[in-house]
Structures are given as structure tokens and as C-alpha cells.
Design a protein around this ligand. Structure first.
Ligand SMILES: [Zn+2]
Length: 341
């Protein structure tokens, strides 16, 4: 498989101040890692700036204008978690635009799949609000862009340890976008209960899998193989987008989960199979959270290995006895999907 990579030092220009976990070193660590990680089929994809019209495909024009206005200030903040500097607007536009370039390369057949290593992240950004380290919702802007190019059913899988409230809100009413999130719950930002399943016209198109603190690879693998794969298989996505945070890793300083690189590998393998079966193999991952640099150094190569397709014929790790933690999500979605017992 040819895998497109978006990775650029300009993503380090968004400064969040001393002690902030969402820091430029995250991208620097991945750039250093990629000097060592080499395999056939990796293709560099040059990012570009998203236009204001592209940003406004998912955001209120007033929100785009508010973020743009911060370029005139050395320091500003949208909330206590979300500081910006004069370079933040341009960096955020390059994050969204980098993802669009990756999607373009996949649609054109230049690459089969890919990963955009960008910051700032996006999944907490709501249509009219920046929050939780996020200014523009990169994955949502990507889905809007694909829709304009004729892609019908789009699957967005968000395995970041936090619930992607912004992405959920963007597609709450959209029956052609299946938004799936696994996340620690209860936890920031407070949304993501199993009972949040989408609006009446899109019921079942939001699949929240809330997990208690302390869950690890077993629970994640069970969620992906026993629940997410059957539901997404019935949805038959034409394109698979992944909000790939690495803050469910056991080393992460913000969250309380126990996932390892083996778990991230298994989740990617499940999605690769789904994409092979329904979406012509089209998978586009984008970096969300993940604040421990050693966790990034371990999990990013595991995901890239799987994007190479080498694991497609290997067995999936079997989840140990099905965990009861999936019961609320199963029950909430029984009315909408066939879910194997
Ligand atoms: Zn997160």
C-alpha cells in the first residue's frame, strides 16, 4: 500500500505557552521518529492552507473571523485550555488544509491511505466555538470536502480518549455520516453518553462507546471487533476517516486509560479491513490528542505498519471474554443495527 504522510515543521509554529501539553514538541518528536521509520510506499504530501470558504464549510463565518483576528495578537485565548499566538490561525488553516491535501491524494489514487500529523487538533472545535486545544475541526472539514466531491457515506472513527463533541455536533443530523467515538467517560468534555445516538432523522448515526477509566487493549479490541465493525459494516462506508489521538495510551499524562501500541495496531487493522471491504481501502487518519512523546513514538509506527496492509491477512487479536463495558452502547444501538450477541 502507498501511504501518504502530511508532516511539516510549520505545525510547530502554534505556541501554547509553558507547561501546555499540546505543544510543538509533539510534531518534532514525530518528525524525528520518521527519520528512522522508513518503509516502501511512504509518500510525502505537501500541506496547503485551507481557504476561509473551506473552513466555513463546517464553521460559522463569524467563528472563522474570530480565529483569524487572533493573528494580530502575540497572545490570546479562547478558554483556559485553548491559548493562541499570532501564528495559530495560519497553523490551524495549514492543519485543515494538510488533511484536505491528503484526501485529495487518496481520491486521485496517488496514495491508497494516509496519516496527517498536524496540530492544533480539531475534534473538540464546534461549528461556532474553539475549545479543548482545538480551533477548527479538521476531520469535519475533511468530511464536508469529500461530500462536495461526491463521496456518499462517510465513516468517522474517533479513538482519541476524549469525546469528539465538535464532530458529533457537526454531523448530528446527517444520516450519511456515521460518527463513532470510543472515549473515557465520564471525562472531559462531558458529552458522549451511549444514549446520544443522533437526531431523529439520523438516529443510530452517532455511535458513542463510553468506557470507564482503566480500560485497556482488551476493551478497545472488543469495542472495535464486536460492536464498531458490525455496525460500520452495515453502514457500508465509502471513505473511512480516523480521528487518531494517542491519549488512551497508558503513558498519557491527561487521561486514565491503559491502551498500548498493540491496541492501536488492532484498531487500525479492524478499520483497514472495513475499508478494504467497502471503501476501496480509503482510510485517512489525522492526529488529535496524545501528550506523552514516548507513547507517540511507540504507537505511531504501529498504526503506520498496519496502513501498509501487511496485517490484513493476519488474525485479529481476540478480545478476552466480552466485557460488560460495551453493554450501554449495545443497548442504545439495538434499535438501529444488527449487533451480534
Ligand atoms: Zn484527547
Amino acid at each position: 500500500m502507498r501511504t501518504g504522510l502530511v508532516l511539516d515543521r510549520r505545525y510547530e509554529a502554534h505556541e501554547t505557552g509553558p507547561g501546555h501539553p499540546e505543544r510543538p514538541e509533539r510534531i518534532r518528536a514525530i518528525r524525528e521518529l520518521m527519520r528512522e521509520y522508513r518503509r516502501a510506499g511512504l509518500v510525502d504530501v505537501e500541506p496547503r492552507l485551507a481557504t476561509d470558504a473551506e473552513l466555513a464549510s463546517n464553521h460559522a463565518p463569524a467563528h472563522v473571523a474570530r480565529v483569524a483576528a487572533t493573528a494580530a495578537h502575540a497572545r490570546a485565548a479562547f478558554d483556559a485550555d485553548t491559548p493562541v499566538c499570532s501564528a495559530s490561525y495560519a497553523t490551524a488553516a495549514l492543519a485543515a488544509g494538510g488533511y484536505l491535501r491528503l484526501l485529495e491524494a487518496i481520491l486521485a489514487g496517488d496514495v491508497d491511505n494516509g496519516f496527517a500529523f498536524v496540530r492544533p487538533p480539531g475534534h473538540h472545535a464546534e461549528p461556532d466555538r474553539a475549545m479543548g486545544f482545538c480551533l477548527f475541526n479538521n476531520v469535519a472539514i475533511g468530511a464536508r470536502w469529500l461530500r462536495l466531491r461526491g463521496v456518499g457515506r462517510i465513516l468517522i472513527v474517533d479513538w482519541d480518549v476524549h469525546h469528539g463533541n465538535g464532530t458529533q455536533e457537526s454531523f448530528w443530523d446527517d444520516p450519511d455520516t456515521l460518527y463513532v467515538s470510543t472515549h473515557q467517560y465520564p471525562f472531559y468534555p462531558g458529552t458522549g453518553a451511549a444514549s446520544e445516538v443522533g437526531s431523529r432523522t439520523a438516529a443510530g448515526r452517532t455511535l458513542n462507546v463510553p468506557l470507564p477509566a482503566g480500560c485497556g487493549d482488551d476493551e478497545y479490541v472488543a469495542a472495535f471487533t464486536d460492536l464498531i465493525a458490525p455496525v460500520a459494516g452495515q453502514f457500508r462506508p465509502e471513505f473511512v476517516l480516523v480521528s487518531a489521538g494517542f491519549d488512551a495510551d497508558y503513558r498519557d499524562p491527561l487521561a486514565g486509560m491503559q491502551a498500548t501500541e498493540a491496541g492501536f495496531r488492532a484498531m487500525t487493522r479492524v478499520l483497514m479491513r472495513l475499508a478494504e471491504a467497502h471503501a476501496g481501502g480509503r482510510v485517512a487518519a489525522i492526529l488529535e490528542g496524545g501528550y506523552d512523546l514516548d507513547a507517540l513514538r511507540a504507537a505511531v509506527p504501529a498504526v503506520l505498519d498496519e496502513l501498509a496492509g501487511t496485517g490484513l491477512r493476519d488474525a485479529l487479536p481476540s478480545a478476552s471474554p466480552r466485557s460488560q463495558v460495551l453493554a450501554p452502547a449495545r443497548a442504545a444501538h439495538k434499535p438501529f443495527w444488527e449487533i451480534p450477541e
